[in-house]
Design a protein around this ligand. Sequence first.
Ligand SMILES: [Zn+2]
Length: 399
Amino acid sequence: MQELVAAALQERGYTVERQPIDQALIGRHPAFSPATIGYDNSWNVIGLHKPTSAHGRSLILNAHVDIVPTGAQERWQYPPFEPTRRGEWLYGRGSGDMKAGLSAAIFALDAIRAAGLELTAPVQIHSVVEEEITGNGAAMALAGGYVADAVLIPEPTDEKLVRANSGVIKFAIAVHGTPAHPREVSGGVSAVQAAMQLLSHLRRLEDRWNEERTAQPFFDEVENPAALTIGTISGGEWIASVPSCCRFEGRIGFYPGDDPQERVKEFEAFVAKAAAEDPLVQRCPEPIVEWVGVTHAGYILPPGSDAEALLAEAHASANSPDSPPLQAYVMACYLDAAVYSVHAGIPALVYGPVAENIHAINERVSLPSLRRVTKAIALFAAGWCGVRPAIKKPPASRV
Ligand SMILES: [Zn+2]
């Protein structure tokens, strides 16, 4: 994927840099989160446009190239890795989240050149890895010094702007029981049953964190900002044995301004207490909590920024005159925008096309929406960075 993006950028005359993820920064740089895989085969691609005499405001267009698993492929209407166009929709895993956004970023800048114009300020395209689990791709771009006066990320947001997002921590919990033969069940402790108990207790932590929303700007009307999600579970060793081990992984969210390390401590303390008080779980060794993905703060895009005003104008111009103005909303999940916003104070605009079923079956993106968003990004980039007539002949348009 990254080879393809690098080639597409090179072909267009960008200076292209391949940026490896430096694992040594994990634990040392606050933008990085714990990783569970090596990054030998994953790297960022950065495309740079540097005008000869730069003025205006610089811009980063960021998109992630990683995706989540498809789920049961036989349940997809069309094979998830064979992009299929039906009417106004394009189906496929990653179509909405977020190959559409990545292509919108590249084609928006193509459109500016096709109009015979050149941006007068530096522009960077960050094609990053690892958004879906750790955010370490965006963290690496930032740690590598790739900063700008604004960042725009065309995640699938239904053509709305993200006003705020939540901080997120991703955990794994391993519960160990006492294995036994079915003839002496009473001598065993089922790790699977103990894990189910612990899971039900975690719902109380979710409730508690959700109750805090009333004191949080922008989050008071979000239905489930904590959104405890158990994504995987595995346990047991044999159909006719009391299981000795069960492990589950999940994520839980909190509010902008919260220190993720404080939330980690609160989570660990809750698990230890719930385990000690539960009649079944207390018969097991203390559950082991590991941190296996993003551990990051959320952010707020304060209303009233120049960047937002310009995007609202671009959005209005790209839409029909009777369309409603740009709306802003809260997204209760991790976004790479948080890396740029929290660690570098860069105004972060997350704004992208209409998509359905992301992280689900039959993911699809709306092509008319993608076209509108591409126009809006082009207008925003032109307004933010400034334009002048291009000196060189524009390359053949691929839009
Ligand atoms: Zn995404």
